[in-house]
Design a protein around this ligand. Structure first.
Ligand code: MTE
Length: 328
């Protein structure tokens, strides 16, 4: 397969956005389309109509960060950034429930103090607190396309640092082939969704990459978004962002990173291996067993009523120029 393009994959004309009420009506429409069963799309509920951002939501949005440089290659995602009132109130964070409307319950996430341990097959294992993370790494902004496996998409201005900066610090050994990322989990704080099927979920939430994927220019740790510290609903204080893969690969609220020799078990892949692969790259020609991945719906405004704006999905979410070489 050849995925290299003369121009970024997203350089096709995408329409701009619509009024907020349309967004919420569409969300209700989408919800009614989504079937039940074990899987990410089983729970796209929680629709609610709101005016301008409500005060509680606004309070959940973190504190302003000092201005950081914007990475030149990722200053334009070919689509307008999704307004934050949508991106920060339409989330997947199953530790806090099975609907998209978890932003309020996610405020229970305890983020201070925070400890992130990096260990396994590395020369310099390290344990960071929050201050170390923002002091040791140079922060930058990257506007990335975001594609959920459920076929909705956003554009998000993340603030953080490339994963490879952390790799340079810990120096993985030659034996390290994969990396396991573990999210915060405490059953007293993160009850999980209240579904019948949800009794034996493989907590904590874990994700994995190959070492080569983690070393790729695109792979990013976010500690902020929309110019502010990361809100809890997005996985404060630090989460993964791997924009050429489906959104579930981006584990939130990371407490542990381990360099390992074998492919690690991961949350969704353990739960439903036929639906959620380990690699999970955005591939329009590879349908999910229950829906097509050929198109995606943009969360945000649009001119058409009752459906989100539908656009063709682009291989590797438009980032083939950076990552196609990883997959031969
Ligand atoms: N990380 C944890 N710990 N728990 C989760 O439920 N959901 C994933 C991913 N990371 C999830 C997670 C999924 S399915 C998606 S689509 C994205 O987070 C959503 O990120 P967002 O809510 O910041 O848009």
């Amino acid at each position: 397969m050849v995925f290299f393009k003369a121009r970024p994959g997203w350089q096709s004309p995408y329409p701009k956005v619509t009024p907020e009420g349309v967004f919420w009506r569409r969300r209700r429409f989408m919800t009614s389309l989504i079937g039940a069963g074990v899987g990410l799309a089983a729970s796209a509920g929680g629709c609610r109509r709101s005016g301008p951002m409500d005060a509680d939501l606004e309070r959940s949005l973190g504190v302003p960060l000092p201005a950081v440089p914007r990475h030149r290659a990722f200053a334009d995602a070919g689509r307008e950034p999704t307004p934050q009132r949508y991106a920060s109130s339409y989330n997947n964070y199953y530790e806090f429930g099975g609907s998209k409307n978890i932003w309020a319950s996610a405020q229970a996430l305890p983020t201070d103090p925070w400890k992130l341990d990096v260990s396994g097959l590395v020369k310099n294992p390290v344990s960071f607190d929050l201050e170390d993370l923002t002091r040791q790494f140079e922060l930058e902004e990257r506007i990335y396309r975001f594609r959920c496996v459920e076929a909705w998409a956003m554009v998000v201005p993340w603030i953080g640092f490339p994963m490879r900066a952390l790799m340079a610090l810990v120096e993985p050994t030659a034996a390290a082939k994969y990396v396991r990322f573990t999210s915060f989990y405490d059953p007293m704080v993160t009850p999980g969704p209240n579904f019948g099927f949800a009794r034996n979920l493989p907590w904590p939430y874990t994700e994995g990459l190959t070492v080569a994927e983690m070393a790729n220019e695109l792979a990013f740790f976010a500690v902020g978004v929309y110019g502010r510290t990361l809100p809890k609903q997005h996985g404060a204080p630090i989460r993964m962002v791997v924009p050429w893969k489906y959104g579930f690969k981006g584990a939130k609220a990371i407490v542990r990173i381990e360099f390992v020799a074998e492919q690690p078990a991961t949350y969704w892949n353990t739960l439903a291996p036929n639906e959620y692969g380990f690699e999970a790259n955005v591939e329009p020609d590879v349908p999910h067993p229950r829906w097509s991945q050929a198109k995606e719906r943009l969360v945000g405004e649009s001119t058409a009523l009752f459906t989100w704006e539908e656009q063709p999905t682009v291989i590797y979410n438009g980032y083939g120029e950076w990552v196609a070489g990883l997959y031969g």
